[in-house]
Design a protein around this ligand. Structure first.
Ligand code: TRP
Ligand code: SF4
Length: 327
């Protein structure tokens, strides 16, 4: 029996290199050794975007298509959509009953988001209880491990506390306290040096074509003290160099660092080479993308739902016995 692993991603639009390096690379690696369930957290998306009337159905299908084209393998992992497995909502309801408000109000990610998303009205019960739904997502499947980014750590801590509290209140061991598998989401910054994010317009998308990648890199931030090719550069302060470190091979990285420091390579050349490395990564994804038709994706999602539902229904039966059958 492989360890069970569960993780989710909100369907907020197309994926960029930051998603790939932070999260998807990790998923791709883990799917080989774990019993992996990856799902589209469309209910979670609703908690911040309920006013936007997004087409969550299409966004969810697009997200699964992006996962598969970047190497998530439906033969190895079950891929499904959260809102198609109603037990997530059922368990969320039960867990809401036992979750102290203070835990949710003190959650640092919550407080952070309230400030950051100040243009949106997220003073809702749904947003406050976001971590309760996330807890249902993982406790429902007895997940032993949960791959997450740094910002999600407080949520997983709440999941463990909820598991412990439920077990204590009902004198059972029904829930496993899930462990985090941390992925470094901040590893790759955007072209302007800030965190790579759709809202900053500083992202390279997995769906960008060859030319778009090069054009974006040309506008990327380099060592500001380097104006002429003969100026001695400092690659460590250059965004382009950070991409080389991620996407070029080690010999090339060393050579570029040396040439930059000694003024032997110009930034324009360096960026061209960077685009080659990034395109080498993206090209197989573009090819897979073309070969994936909608029916196949829908099939994958249907299979994922069936598998997830089976586990979720059994677990929910056990939970309901504990909650409703008294002593
Ligand atoms: N909140 C997570 C995020 O925004 C997505 C998510 C929802 C999730 N449910 C989950 C991640 C369960 C891991 C496990 O990134
Ligand atoms: Fe950055 Fe390359 Fe220019 Fe050096 S040569 S500053 S690493 S883009």
């Amino acid at each position: 029996m492989k360890n069970r692993l569960v993780s989710g991603m909100r369907p907020t639009g197309k994926l960029h290199l930051g998603h790939y390096v932070g999260v998807l690379e990790k998923w791709k690696d883990l799917q080989n050794s774990r019993d992996s369930l990856f799902f589209v957290a469309d209910w979670h998306a609703l908690s911040t975007s309920y006013e936007d009337r997004l087409n969550l159905k299409n966004l969810s299908i697009d997200l699964v298509r992006d996962w598969i084209s970047s190497g998530i393998d439906p033969e190895k992992a079950s891929l499904f959509i959260q809102s198609q497995v109603k037990e997530h909502a059922e368990l969320y309801l039960i867990l809401n009953m036992i979750t102290p408000l203070g835990w949710l109000e003190r959650n640092p990610t919550y407080k952070d988001q309230l400030q950051q998303l100040s243009g949106k009205d997220i003073n809702s019960a749904g947003f406050l209880t976001y971590p309760v739904l996330q807890s249902a997502d993982v406790l429902l499947y007895d997940a032993i491990e949960v791959p997450i980014g740094e910002d999600q750590r407080p949520h997983l801590e709440i999941s463990r506390e909820i598991a412990r509290r439920f077990n204590f209140l009902y004198g059972s061991n029904i829930f496993i306290e899930p462990k985090e598998v941390l992925s470094e989401t901040s590893k790759l910054n955007g072209l302007d040096g800030r965190k790579m994010s759709k809202s900053y317009g500083n992202s390279i998308y997995l769906s960008d074509n060859k030319d778009e990648v090069l054009i974006k890199l040309k506008a990327g931030k380099t060592d500001p003290n380097r104006i002429k090719k003969t100026d001695l550069g400092n690659p460590e302060v250059c965004i382009i160099f950070s991409y080389h470190k991620e996407f070029s091979n080690i010999d090339e990285v060393n050579e570029i660092a040396e040439s930059c420091k000694t003024g032997k390579i110009g930034c324009v050349d360096c960026k061209k080479r960077c685009s080659v490395s990034i395109n080498n990564l993206l090209e197989p994804m573009r090819e897979r993308q073309i070969n994936l038709n909608d029916n196949y994706i829908i099939d994958v999602i249907e299979n994922g739902k069936n598998r997830a539902s089976q586990i979720a229904k059994n677990k929910m039966n056990e939970i309901n016995k504990i909650v409703f059958d008294g002593k």
